[in-house]
Design a protein around this ligand. Sequence first.
Ligand code: FAD
Ligand code: NAI
Length: 465
Amino acid sequence: MADYDFDVLVIGAGPGGYVAAIRAAQLGLKTACVESRETLGGTCLNVGCIPSKAMLHASELYQEASSGALAKFGIDIAGASLNLDQMHAEKAKAVKELTGGIEGLFRKNKVEWLKGRATFTAADTVEVAGRSVRAKNIVIATGSSVTPLPGVEVDQKVVVDSTGALALPTVPKHMVVIGGGVIGLELGSVWKRLGAEVTVVEYLDQILPGMDGDVRKEANKLFKKQGFTLRTSTKVTGVAVHGDGATLTVEPAAGGAAETIEADVVLLAIGRKPNVDGLALEKAGLELNARGQVAVDHDFRTATAGVWAIGDVTPGPMLAHKAEDEGIAVAENIAGQTGIVNHAVIPSVVYTHPEYASVGQTEEALREGGTEIKIGKFPFLANSRAKTNRDTDGFVKVIADAKTDRVLGVHIVSSLAGVLIGQAAQAMEFGATSEDIAYTCHAHPTHSEAIKEAAMAVTGKPIHM
Ligand code: FAD
Ligand code: NAI
């Protein structure tokens, strides 16, 4: 340690980096974390998971209160109105509380925050704000940022990315979203609920690529039912910004006649790319893989000894909880323990209404890989609590190995899918069979009984269908 400043230096204080730093410090390692933002928490806390969920929650409340949907429960709210400034203020307050909380955790655990951008000058040395810092281990946790689309310039006024879409000062009349993925549908939902007309332009023939086919089909149906215009198999070839909006030129993905769409606001959401600019990775002896990511092995080691990487900058789903789990594992590995992340069991959730949640493999991927499977499905239309709550959109789909009955994937569409998927992830982590789930007692009346009944449907019959 003599000539090292730190045992562990983490670059980036997102869910990957801040968690890695805290765990390393908890394990007795002298730890610093470099972050160039003014607040800790990375994309997720500042401009991602947290502010988007704040807006999703508030916009859902507004829609419930203003649409008359509560009248059937005997709740008459006349004249509910939108105070968008207050909605933004409450969101900002939640973000501030949470980012401030990470600062508190850094102080409590004695993690030193080095403010500024880190650049490698050698495999064990980075420069931050004019200071050269040497560490025995360096963890790259620099995250990701918006993928640009050639010909579409983000000005954060008319053409926005997710950060701009979280802070629009007024509700647009017509928002066009480029990309029918998670960000497009979540933030499109926010502005739809607040009164915008929303058109989603998606290059592929279905929204939500990567999710199970039945889930994608249901999403397609439900978003249309909510009044979204979905333009699938369509590509945007240009966006021209004018006085108070933009004209998009689109054409069929397979080629064909071009047409134009007028929008007040265009949201660009076609994916995210790893943050590696300015890191001078070559000084650490590192090259990027074909997808521009920092490749790692099972233990999160890069090709250079003493340099590790986690989170969005590495391969795998770009999700906060994946980054967090990798943060814990990398710190434990650095400390000589055995840190493991089971990448086969990482849940993903789209936090719209209803929510779309998934863990494990899709039916399509399993069939393509030649695995023999059995499937059980159960609709919320037959779940007593969902019926009582007038909340029957969606279903649970359990996929198990035909020979061993081991659960290989669970896909849920429900207002509570994000919470329900946790049970499925836990079951899969413990190697559960569909029978294990079917014979687990679930509380009545809850939405979770639909998981039990879908598991019962894998090998036999559910009771309520
Ligand atoms: P980041 O959170 O991106 O953090 C990296 C940090 O490193 C940044 O703060 C950056 O400033 C800093 N940094 C980069 N380079 C340097 C450098 N050279 N020197 C110093 N600092 C540097 N995921 C979910 O699981 N659930 C959600 O609900 C969800 N919602 C999202 C909503 C939106 C709108 C967006 C954009 C993303 C969302 N995500 C969500 C994805 C999630 O935010 C990311 O997967 C997660 O933040 C990745 O964590 P990370 O630690 O790898 O990187
Ligand atoms: P995404 O990968 O989810 O979706 C991008 C969509 O854009 C895809 O459907 C793709 O086919 C489409 N597309 C690509 N190029 C296009 C083009 N030229 N024209 C039209 N469509 C095009 O990416 P998104 O929504 O930007 O989100 C980025 C990442 O952030 C995701 O990978 C996700 O992991 C993470 N995220 C997670 C959330 C969650 O967990 N709830 C919420 C928001 C983001």
